[in-house]
Write a protein that binds this ligand. Structure first.
Ligand code: NAP
Ligand code: MG
Length: 500
């Protein structure tokens, strides 16, 4: 699936993005008329003034969502009905993939190749997969004595708030919306303030597919206003949040100070990429090392920036990773040849640059890159060597194109350093020894471990974090539906009718 640079720019020049909130089945301004700007970080151009939804707008959306939920048009519809509509939505996303991908790339600075892959393949797959799950999720019959019958049924949990980050705007919307809608919930989506446009277009497609009015609202806005109003709303049953660990903590507080809504959290990471001494430094391994840190410009919760490489391999490894890093084209996100686009905002670019400065100041060796350039929010792919476990850049999430090599001696040291982290989202281990692979995979405290790869999985496999990377909730896989379902037991208590 490709798009030439000329075609991508042509589509970009014709787009007229919707920038009002989607509420009760139509687009509307914020109740107080407030707006905020969303910008293309590759050029600095303001793309749109977007509705800044207030607590009043959240109230209105929740009232609509509750009404639709209680009416049963979606929540109690036959699963086949929800399935048909979500399959139609998957088709519509596929049909509009080029327009959506260009819109996403403009709003976020992500490369057009990544946007096309995510929106042309992954997003529709999510709607399709959960659509298919809707009519294949069975309840249970409990083992009871003959005089009783106990059914365990799953019911849609109610009104859910879905609060999203900016690094995979439409994909994160699909990760949450697909299972929540398939389960029968009514949903209120708050996209990140940096990237609100693709979710608004998705709402239009959902309406076209047949999602009833009120079942889906998309409320753009800022975290402290719109996000907080969702977190504190007394009639929202569940919030599923993806974003930083700090803001995840706020949602737990909001829930505690309001209605004790259930909070599902997918948060930050500092994922180790471990290369043991028996690993063979193939071109494929080097490619995976570079992609695991630089994919999406490193703006990835599971980015494997912390590369723990056996000291005997570390020098050769560094030379080859540097060569690969320098081969990335950094620049115009709408050019399919570009491998690393723009950082999402100028403030985020500053934040990543300050980590690069801190790394150098604390004694890590800057081996390649390290500079910003513009116009636009670009940063060269950057490689540090000689990290030690206590350095700031070895411990904190950077969320930019920065790869750090930390030499280790032996499996035990690698495991000890890898485990010594506040986060637990993902880890990669490279070894040719199956016993070591199993031992490492079982001892690493994180939600996903990849052996001889860095993939974090796909729609079929649950994704989430240990420690400060997440709560017990999981996105993806059949487990994601559990976030949006209640469990009810129905007892049939029969009087013995006296039959022998
Ligand atoms: P963020 O700053 O935590 O924002 C996430 C969402 O929360 C945004 O919609 C944001 O709104 C909202 N928010 C911010 N402050 C709030 C507040 N005081 N009250 C209520 N809501 C608030 O995260 P981000 O910078 O967008 O995303 C990057 C983070 O997401 C990284 O830490 C990354 O690791 C994590 N992430 C995790 C996963 C995963 O699956 N574990 C996947 C992707 C990203 P505004 O946009 O207005 O600030
Ligand atoms: Mg933007």
């Amino acid at each position: 699936m490709t798009l030439t640079k000329t075609d991508a720019h042509r589509i970009a020049s014709t787009l007229k993005p919707e920038s009002r909130a989607f509420l009760a089945g139509r687009f509307t301004d914020a109740s107080d008329g407030g707006t905020f700007a969303t910008t293309n970080p590759a050029t600095g151009t303001v793309l749109a003034q977007v509705a800044h939804c207030t607590a009043t707008d959240v109230d209105r959306a929740v009232a609509q969502a509750r009404r639709s939920f209680d009416s049963g048009t979606w929540s109690r519809a036959a699963p086949e009905h929800r399935k048909a509509i979500l399959l139609k939505l998957a088709d519509l996303v596929r049909e509009h993939r080029e327009e959506l991908a260009v819109l996403e790339s403009l709003d976020s600075g992500k490369t057009i190749s990544d946007c096309l892959h995510e929106i042309g393949n992954e997003v529709p797959t999510f709607f399709q997969w959960y659509a298919e799950l809707a009519d294949k999720s069975f309840g249970k019959v409990a083992p009871t004595g003959e005089d009783n019958l106990a059914l365990i049924v799953r019911e849609p949990a109610g009104v859910v708030g879905l609060v999203l980050p900016w690094n995979f705007p439409l994909l994160m919307a699909a990760w949450k919306l697909a299972p929540a809608l398939a389960a029968g919930c009514s949903c209120i989506v708050k996209p990140a303030e940096q990237t609100p446009l693709s979710a608004l277009r998705l709402a239009e497609l959902a309406r076209e597919a047949g999602v009833p009015d009120g079942v889906l609202s998309v409320l753009p806005g800022l975290g402290e206003t719109t996000g907080q109003a969702i977190g504190r709303h007394p009639d929202i049953d569940i919030v599923s949040f993806t974003g930083s660990t700090e803001v995840g903590g706020y949602f737990l507080r909001y829930a505690g100070e309001s209605n004790l809504k259930v909070i599902g959290l997918e948060m930050g990471g500092k994922s180790p990429f471990i290369v043991l001494d028996d690993a063979e430094l193939t071109d494929d391994l080097i490619e995976q090392a570079a992609m695991s840190a630089f994919w999406n410009g490193g703006q990835n919760c599971s980015a494997n920036m912390r590369q723990l490489v056996d000291a005997r391999l570390a020098e050769d490894y560094a030379d080859r990773v540097i060569a690969r890093a320098r081969a990335f084209v950094v620049g115009d996100p709408l050019d399919p040849a570009t491998g690393i686009g723009a950082m999402v905002t100028a403030e985020h670019q500053d934040r990543v640059m300050s980590y690069i400065d801190t790394g150098a100041r604390e004694g890590a060796r800057l081996l390649s890159g390290g500079n910003r350039f513009g116009p636009g929010c670009f940063i060269e792919p950057t490689v540090f060597g000689g990290l030690t476990p206590d350095m700031t850049i070895a411990r904190e999430e950077i969320f930019g194109p920065v790869l750090g090599i930390l030499p280790v001696t032996g499996m035990d040291e690698a495991l000890r350093i890898a485990r010594d982290s506040d986060y637990g989202l993902h880890a990669s281990v490279f070894t040719r020894d199956i016993d070591r692979a199993i031992h490492m995979a079982r001892r690493l405290p994180c939600g996903t471990v990849s052996v001889n790869g860095f993939s974090e999985g796909d729609v079929k496999t649950p994704f989430g974090g240990y420690k400060r990377s997440g709560s017990l909730a999981r996105d993806n896989g059949a487990e994601a539906m559990d976030q949006y379902l209640q469990t009810k037991t129905i007892w049939f208590c029969t009087a013995n009718p006296g039959i022998a």
